[in-house]
Design a protein around this ligand. Structure first.
Ligand code: KDO
Length: 337
């Protein structure tokens, strides 16, 4: 039986149906207009340069509501370490953190930042990349890699981390040590310059490599030694401080060039907030972690830093890499205070 006032009910029903349809269509319009912003990194979830992406996403969701679908993939689960720039060029990825080593493969001017003992400390690093040197070099990255750098981040100062205890005073003491390095010739050269036998391995395989003994050691900043749990399978940290390392928050030009001025400003602001979060936490960690590792039973030693610095710098200056460094760049970096 129909209720007493069928025309009213019909009207009400059709109103509801219309509202539902409007709601559905505005949701699908929203889904269509939300830009996909995929982020891929090999970082483990507990590391600061993984957590910083949540800072980035939260800021984007707050300042540009409904405009971007930010998807964060950690542990190299979307693209393997080093494959990100190619994925960005193919339109399969929008954002990542790129290392100077990955950039140097395509922009040889960058190889100076893969050399040990060039950048003095985190403050020097930030001055170099947030000043005219950074500006000039980031233009080349955009031209040659189609990636816009939004912010440099401090990845930490790389230290030697060995499976067994061993006296390490000078590079000669590392002769024959199978030192894991990421798999590119620029990285392997750094291992060689330190006096070791470099062995290429992806970041995700380092823990097992240390546990099983296929490698004798690895190098990474202290916060990463902790977050990736390398301290569980190693017995010594030697504070070589051989590379004050940087990563760059980069966005594909495919996405960047299609954005409005407001969106660009918000993305940059979010990247800078993420960078500050990473930098502050990482620097605080670096000062505190030595006692943590000692408490875990690791020996923490300091080598003859002059001997390491001299050997590594001389090895680089005599190498094919130094020939690609733009004239005067080393002097400009040294003169940046
Ligand atoms: C590593 O593989 O040792 C390295 O530290 C190299 C960096 O450039 C960067 O890729 C980093 O791994 C990852 O982000 C994991 O922390």
């Amino acid at each position: 039986m129909y209720p007493t006032n069928p025309p009213d009910l019909v009207r009400r029903r059709s109103c509801l149906a219309l509202a539902g349809a409007l709601c559905l269509s505005s949701r699908s319009v929203l889904a269509q207009t939300r830009r996909l912003l995929r982020i891929s990194t090999p970082a483990v979830p507990d590391d600061w340069h993984a957590r910083m992406w949540t800072v980035f996403k939260d800021q984007i969701d707050k300042t540009l509501p409904g405009q971007f679908d930010v998807q964060i993939s950690l542990n190299a689960s979307l693209f393997k370490q080093g494959a990100e720039p190619v994925a960005m060029a193919r339109g399969n990825l929008e954002m990542t953190t790129i290392s100077a080593f990955d950039i140097a493969k395509l922009v040889s001017e960058f190889s100076i930042f893969t050399a040990g003992y060039i950048i003095r400390d985190p403050a020097h690093l930030m001055k170099v990349f947030n000043g005219p040197i950074g500006e000039e070099l980031f233009k080349l990255v955009s031209q040659k890699m189609d990636i816009t750098v939004l912010a440099p981040i401090y990845y930490g100062t790389r230290q030697l981390n060995l499976r067994d205890q061993r006296k390490v005073s000078t590079p000669a003491d590392l002769r024959g040590v199978k030192l894991r390095m990421p798999g590119s010739k620029e990285w392997l050269f750094l291992g060689e310059a330190l006096g070791a036998t470099p062995t290429p391995l992806a970041f995700g395989e380092v823990y097992l490599g240390l546990r099983t003994g296929t490698i004798d050691g690895q190098d990474n900043p202290l916060p990463t030694v902790k977050s990736a749990k390398f301290y569980e399978v190693t017995k010594q940290i030697t504070l070589t401080s051989h590379l004050v390392d940087v990563l760059f928050i980069g966005v594909s030009n495919k996405l960047w060039d299609s954005l409005s001025a407001e969106q660009k400003g918000r993305l940059k602001g979010a990247a800078q907030a993420a960078a500050s979060y990473n930098n502050d936490n990482r620097m605080a960690d670096e000062t505190e972690l030595i006692s943590y590792f000692k408490a875990q039973g690791l020996a923490v030693t300091t080598p003859d830093l002059d001997a390491f610095r001299k050997t590594v710098q001389a090895t680089y200056l005599q190498s094919e890499y130094a020939r690609t460094w733009p004239k005067g760049l080393l002097e400009r970096i040294n003169a940046t205070h």
